[in-house]
Unconditional design. Structure first.
Length: 325
């Protein structure tokens, strides 16, 4: 099978397509013919060893100190079951499935194995393979913060900073599905897109400073990482909540005790979404109900993985990028 591998950390050019043996599904595993795989910010950061502040040593221990331990990137995939291991009861050959492998990665390949109990579910027929691969990364992150962490609900007003990215574009739609009022922050080229996703108000950051919206929001969700906790406190209502999607170790430590030091009793929440089968299933249901549609800005041929990573590295990716395998 063809797979994208990298033997050293570095720029997109370290990625190479090579031929590898076909993996064999073990006890409880399924073998999937990958049809589409998302190219995410996480993939880009791992490839370049650009880890969040304070996590460099820990990340190197996980992913490899001097060279990558797991040499095939890719977590969010969609495809078709071609073989099942002994004891598999949830899937049969020819089932169309999608999901995520998390830190195990390995989905930048024509075939991948995954345990039947991990975050993999049957793909609704209404969902194309590229859409399914795009749905998972931003969708599970947004769901983790908005539903699992704070139970966002009707009557609350949320500001989403970085609303045109994979997490932000999903967060707008999930917040609306949960009944919230949404103000979205993006650049001028993405205002029309963000409005189409359901945002009640759009802030073009080149024309308006969101930091001047004092005492305006119940929740602030920062998917970019350019808001300080003081910025969040300024624009939040008393007892509001700041969701820090992009936070290094220093900000995470600061967030842990911020509510005790905040005059407005602001709560700051960080964390990382786990791979959860029920969350993937919930996202599929939202898509079928027409409440969540992943923003798919570009589908690259598998052979153009380097170009896809170059685009992610610019920091101006809109929505999701996918490789068609």
């Amino acid at each position: 099978m063809n797979a994208v591998v990298y033997h050293q950390y570095g720029p997109p050019e370290v990625l190479q397509i090579v031929n590898l043996p076909l993996p064999v599904p073990h006890q409880g595993e399924i073998l999937i013919r990958v049809r589409a795989v998302a190219v995410t910010v996480a993939d880009s950061r791992i490839r370049g060893a650009r880890f969040p502040a304070g996590f460099g040593v820990i990340a190197r221990l996980v992913f490899g100190i001097s060279a990558p331990r797991r040499q095939i990137l890719g977590s969010c995939f969609s495809g078709q079951v071609t073989a099942v291991g002994e004891g598999v009861t949830e899937f049969v050959v020819d089932d169309e499935v999608f999901g995520m492998k998390g830190l195990e990665m390995g989905a930048y390949a024509e075939y991948v194995t995954i345990d039947q109990h991990q975050a993999v579910v049957k793909k609704p027929k209404e969902l194309s393979h590229p859409q399914a691969a795009a749905l998972v990364f931003g969708g599970t992150t947004a769901l983790f913060f908005l539903r699992n962490q704070i139970c966002l609900s009707t009557g609350q007003h949320i500001l989403i900073n970085g609303a045109s990215g994979s997490v932000g574009s999903s967060a707008i739609q999930i917040a609306k599905a949960l009944g919230a009022t949404v103000t979205a922050v993006c650049g001028p080229q993405n205002v029309k897109l963000v409005k189409s996703l359901g945002a009640d108000k759009v802030v073009d950051y080149t024309k308006e400073n969101m930091r001047e919206h004092q005492n305006s929001y119940d929740v602030v969700m920062d998917t970019v990482g350019n808001l300080s906790l003081n910025d969040c406190e300024q624009i939040l209502k008393p007892h509001g909540t700041c969701l820090l999607v992009m936070a290094g170790l220093p900000k995470m430590l600061q967030a842990a005790s911020y509510s005790y030091r905040s005059s407005k009793k602001i709560q700051a929440i960080t964390g990382t979404a786990a791979e959860n089968k029920n969350d993937v299933l919930f996202l599929a249901q939202l898509f079928v109900q027409k409440k969540l549609d992943p923003v798919l800005s570009k589908v690259f041929p598998f052979a153009e993985v380097v170009a896809a990573h170059r685009l992610v590295d610019t920091g101006h990716k809109v929505g999701n990028l996918v490789l068609k395998v």
